[in-house]
Structures are given as C-alpha cells and as structure tokens.
Design a protein around this ligand. Structure first.
Ligand code: GLY
Length: 427
C-alpha cells in the first residue's frame, strides 16, 4: 500500500515508525513530516496538511491507497471529507464527527443527550455575561476556549479573580484567536486524569491501554499547562471497575451517540477523563491520538498498525483483533528553554545515537541542517522506554534522557511517579 500521513509532531513520528514496520507498506509519504519521519519515508514539505484540496491533489499524485489524518486542525478543516470524496480511503474522522473535539459546546451537548458523565457547564458568547457568571459562582471553575487552541485553551481556576483573567484573555485579548470568542465555563472536578484511547470504524470499538499525561511544565504538576510533558501506561491506580466504566459509559456510548446522530465517528477517540470521588467524568473528548500519548501507546501495539488503520477506513474493524503488550511504558518529553512560552531554537542536539537499542526517541520540534540536528520548536523529542515494572521503565527512560543534550533542555523528573499512588480527591 502507498500511504500518505499528515503532520509533523512526535505523534506522527511514532505513527510513521509503526506504519513503516508493516509488511503491507509499499511507500510512505509524510506531509510535511519532520527530521524523524525523514528516515522512514519521503517528507513532502510544500503541502499544508490543513488545505483539503492540496492534500487531495497530493494523495492523487502519490497514488495513495490510504491517507492518515492524525491531528486536530486537518480533521476540523475537512481533509478526510475531501479525500474520501475523491474516492481515496482515509483514516480519521469527518469534519462533522471531529466537532466532538473542535467545539466544546457540541461535545457537552452530545454528552448530555447520551448520558455520558461529565461536569456541568455553560456556554458564553458575551464576555460581560461570562464575567458576571463567574463572580456569582465565586468558586473554582474551568474556563475553556470553545475551539481548538493547541491544548492551551483550558484554564483551571481556583477563584473568580483567576476566572475573570481567563475570560479576559480568551474573549477580550484574543489569546486563542477565533477559538476563544466563545467560552465554556464548567464546574471544577477533583481527582486524577487518565486518557482512554480507542480505535473505531464508526461501529466497532477497539480500546487501547489507559495512559496518563503530565500537562503542567514543572514537577509536582506546577506551572502553566503544556501540550503534555510525558506519559505513562498503564496506571495501576485505575481500578478495573473504573476502567470498564470509561470503556462502556464513555467511549462506546460516545461512538454510539455519534452514529445515531448520523455522524459516525471513525478514527481515534480519546476522551480525557477525571476519576473523581463519584466515578470517571469526562473533561474533553479528542478526535485523535494524544501527543505524547501516541509515542507511549504505539510501542505497546502488537498488531500491524496499518492493518488497523485500513480496517477503520473500510468499516471492517470487527475483522481485526487488536493486541497490546502489557509491559509498563514511560515517555519523557524534552522541551526547549522557554516552553510553553516563546522558545529559543537552533540549539544543537547531541547524544541520540547513544540511546539503548530498545529505547525509542520520537522527534517533534527538531530539524536537520547540514547533517546536524537542531531544535526548532517547543517540545523537541520524547524518549520512550518499557519495563517489567514501572520503576524499570522509569529508570531506563531517565538513564537515556541523560544521554541526550541540548542547551536549555527542560524535562520533568517525575513522569510515572503517580502510577500506583492512591487517589486524592482534594486536588
Ligand atoms: N497530550 C494531550 C493531548 O494530546 O491532547
């Protein structure tokens, strides 16, 4: 098969790595790709992945048998719709189905109708009304930009002062562009987060192992939110009872509700879930793999990824059993100085060649210039290790992180520390 993969992050490097291992693959193109994907296929740098017509033309030119769309903006732009309208199979959701991610208001509506447990929320299009509301509530809330905001549109607030500042940033100062012209204000939930990824072809659901991201920049979950600084899987603290509730009352119910609405969801569904004192409750639903969740989940996959993606695109996932390695897995992100704010780039990355053979390094914000690998973005790379125990996986991941060097590199030292920690519902 000829495959065209869209995107340029660490997630896409991990997807490309797995696709490249498939005996069914003839050739892989990645648009635009990055320094990691360049070693696995042919990068195409002059086609914007969010331009549906340009992607369709590229897919026709390279005679793609499958187009894989793995990030939020191309899904929201309708790339899957354009490609499939031209008769080319695509993995990923249509624009209508991806609304579950690109509009928090739509997702809340769907969850209310389907009886999916979530927090109560209200939608505001007027900044004065939103401000008035949080002053009345006068307690902890979450302020969310309604649209896509690179994972940075959510502000967790302790009180009305913080909530007013978050409303001002989104609605008056345009911090998230048009995505923040409408906000959703929700009650704040307490507990611990996990992600429940699943593949679907619109009907059949194949669940992946659970994973836990670390969204804050500093150890101990301090500092501003990022796109994700590291992931571990599986969480020992998640009870089988809660895991089953997430699979059935959240993921499967969402897929069924989308089908009943006439918007069948095919692709990766990734609900972000807070396990609270009253059980698991959704705080967001994504229409794609998380990043860096993909970098940690895909090394655990035993089944041919290309077979799964192709089955989802052809509504025959029921024919494909999906198997996972149950070893502990940890991924640690190395980010540039300044991240998640403006970053210093162009720094030389050394030591990747020194990592263990069984450790994966997935490249995100790095580019090759005259044969040298230089930083070029916020999250630069993710180091992933597996072990019989979480302690083994952590030890190997951090041992290898220490071999990679670039000026100003920052990373969290506590990825995986909560894997067996009892739940605390006070924070
Ligand atoms: N790591 C969180 C996300 O991809 O949404």
């Amino acid at each position: 098969m000829n495959v065209l993969l869209l995107g340029s992050g660490g997630r896409e490097h991990a997807i490309a790595w797995r696709i490249s291992q498939s005996p069914r693959l003839a050739k892989l193109w990645i648009a635009p790709g990055n320094a990691g994907t360049a070693a696995l296929g042919e990068n195409v740098s002059d086609v914007a992945p969010t331009d549906p017509e340009a992607v369709r033309a590229l897919a026709e030119r390279v005679r793609a048998d499958l187009v894989v769309v793995s990030s939020d903006d191309p899904l929201a732009a309708g790339v899957v719709d354009a490609v499939t309208a031209a008769g080319i199979p695509a993995f990923g959701s249509t624009r209508a189905a991806a609304e579950i991610e690109w509009s928090k208001a739509f997702a809340n509506d769907l969850m209310a109708r389907a009886g999916i447990p979530t927090s109560s929320g209200r939608v505001f299009e007027d900044a004065d009304e939103a401000t008035e509301y949080v002053r009345q509530v006068d307690g902890p809330v979450v302020v969310k930009a309604d649209g896509l905001a690179l994972g940075k549109g959510v502000t967790v607030c302790d009180d009305a002062t913080q909530a007013v500042a978050a409303i001002d940033a989104a609605m008056r100062d345009g911090a998230f562009g048009a995505s923040g012209s409408r906000v959703v204000i929700e009650e704040r939930m307490y507990g611990r987060e996990t992600g429940g990824h699943a593949f679907s072809d619109g009907v059949t659901v194949r669940h992946m192992p659970f994973s836990c991201d670390h969204k804050r920049i500093f150890d101990g979950d301090r500092g501003p939110n990022t796109g994700g600084m590291g992931v571990y899987s599986p969480p020992a603290w998640l009870t089988p009872h809660h895991a089953e509730a997430i699979r059935t009352s959240i993921s499967e119910r969402a897929i069924q509700a989308m089908a009943e609405m006439g918007r069948p969801f095919a692709g990766v569904l990734y609900p972000g879930v807070m396990v609270t004192e009253s059980g698991p409750r959704v705080f967001e639903i994504n229409a794609r793999f998380g990043d860096p969740e993909a970098q940690v989940l895909l090394p655990k996959l035993r089944t041919d990824l290309l077979e799964i993606l192709d089955a989802c695109a052809h509504q025959r996932l029921a024919d494909v059993p999906v198997e996972w390695d149950d070893r502990a897995t940890v991924g640690v992100v190395l980010a540039s100085e300044g991240y998640p704010g403006p970053v210093q780039t162009g720094r030389l990355i050394e030591g990747i060649g020194d990592v263990d053979d069984d450790v994966q390094v997935f490249i995100a914000g790095a580019k090759r210039v005259d044969g040298r690998l230089l930083t070029s973005g916020g999250r630069v790379l993710c180091v992933v290790a597996q072990g019989e125990t979480m302690e083994d996986a952590q030890a190997q991941a951090y041992d290898n992180v220490a071999r990679i060097r670039f000026e100003g590199a920052q990373y969290r030292r506590d990825i995986g520390d909560t894997y067996a920690r009892p739940l605390d519902f006070t924070r």
